[in-house]
Design a protein around this ligand. Sequence first.
Ligand SMILES: C[S@@+](CC[C@H](N)C(=O)[O-])C[C@H]1O[C@@H](n2cnc3c(N)ncnc32)[C@H](O)[C@@H]1O
Length: 258
Amino acid sequence: MSDSRTSADGGMETSYGFREVPTGEKQGLVNEVFHKVAKRYDIMNDVMSMGMHRAWKDAMIAALNPRKEAGYKVLDVAGGTGDIAFRIVEASNRQAHATVLDINGSMLAVGAERAEKKKLSDNLTFVEANAEDLPFQSNSFDAYTIAFGIRNVPRIEVALSEAYRVLKRGGRLLVLEFSEVELPILDKVYDAWSFNAIPKFGKAITGDAEPYQYLVESIRKFPNQENFAAMIRMAGFSRVTYTNYTGGIAALHSGWKL
Ligand SMILES: C[S@@+](CC[C@H](N)C(=O)[O-])C[C@H]1O[C@@H](n2cnc3c(N)ncnc32)[C@H](O)[C@@H]1O
């Protein structure tokens, strides 16, 4: 159930939105998208999701229920501009430590600036690295979170096995991602919004529609709830469950390293 597959000429291919590209090329294309949108990323999140991403992220943190103790360590992968890590630190009464890891320095720079303004920097570390090759020792973190990040990673199964490796025994994986809409009328409205409105808003706000075309296409290519749960189990996680948000527009998957 891998995202990568073999092409007619024997090379490995994966989806970049609706296009098939060699697996080795996807990351460069994704990086271009996030370099372009970094400065407008937060405002576009509110526009694209009509503010709903905030409620979904709050629900993710409520599900995590971070321990309010100084030794509690979370790794937030594809952490971008810091939304998840900030919420974790705040929910732990500023006790927990969160490492924000992202492959894109432009996104991390915005995150570090926001952290300074919120006076959260003491509880945060920013690391530029690839989710497929985490620069941490095995069994290091109490929790691994990734929000709206995993569908951008070329080899999802590699990222999941890295997640499993760096978690401590008893550690928790939480993945928030766009998913398959399971309500009949909502899916039509959502399609119209995604394919017509989002690229236009993207162009109006950032001057470029292409990154937003990729974002909406990549959502449609991502495995549905059950298939993604199966990938998480394949990586070794136990007690894998998911919860739909807003009729399945987003879903939170949970697994444990037991
Ligand atoms: C849609 S943003 C999500 C940011 C943040 N988690 C949030 O919810 O607002 C996706 C992020 O994934 C990052 N990303 C893409 N591929 C990655 C990889 N292989 N390793 C780490 N981060 C990656 C991008 O740079 C981008 O910051």
